[in-house]
Design a binder for this molecule. Sequence first.
Ligand code: SF4
Ligand code: MG
Length: 321
Amino acid sequence: NIPLLQIDRLKTYYPIKKGVLSRTVGHVRAVDDVSLTIYEGETVGLVGESGCGKSTIGRSIVRLEDPFEGRILFQNEDITHISQRALKPIRTRLQIIFQDPFSSLNPRQRINDILAEPFIAHRLVDRHRVQGEVDRLLDLVGLPRAYKMRYPHEFSGGQRQRIGIARAISFQPKLVVCDEPVSALDVSIQAQILNLLADLQKELKLTYLFIAHGIGAVQYISTRVAVMYLGKIVEIGYKEELFKRPKHPYTHILLNAYPTPDPTLRSNKRLIIQGDVPSPANPPAGCRFHTRCPYVQELCQHEEPPLTPGAHAVACHFPIN
Ligand code: SF4
Ligand code: MG
């Protein structure tokens, strides 16, 4: 098990600004003290409600966000505060796929130019070989080579995500952050894209951080699953173990809310989540889940539960067994 990415006590905060002078009056603690190691060849699924900070973790890893505190090591190199210039050679090994690939595709460029662009920008391939590389990428993501003369608007959502994936794998990266890559697609198309990601992982020996707000896709593709709530990882473990024996009340609720085809995976007791998600600018004291937890006790309101050590870790004073 070789660690590819190590996140150590990461905090990524957004300043809250007020008034004509834009004074900082507080911080949205989007990611608040998260540690996570991703090993070569695995897929870590990161799941939680929208606004829990999972995208911010992904964006911090590829340095689209600036971490506030903590460390990010990629292949043992500290990239926490690395300059954009120093990041450029690392970019070939560290990529991200977005929910909406269209937003990152230039509508006036043909697919051919969109896919050729990274090779030209990084100058890692001779010019006369770029065309061959574009064809190779189209083959890999299952698009006919003839499509390269088309423009982004001529493609369906699923096809556009294939183009987004093709761009991300241009240089056979080590780690790909997949930020809800199937959330905007029809269910039937979701399965195709997940299969493609799984095939590419095998073929190109990729490692994924796969972010999703629902359990379904994560359950299909992950080796391990991390559950996030209000900026923190509250439970992490191997997929089978975590789905069979969830320990955190919040994980229980998430699993209940997403019915699985296998009834043995569902807990007997149906839990209902109460109230709204508190603001990450002003998270509750103690356990952040205590305002909504059906098992809350006195201790939970003032003492924060640490994440236990071990392969199946949980942050709860009274975990479910
Ligand atoms: Fe619920 Fe307490 Fe566990 Fe938090 S620590 S999840 S409030 S039981
Ligand atoms: Mg998001």
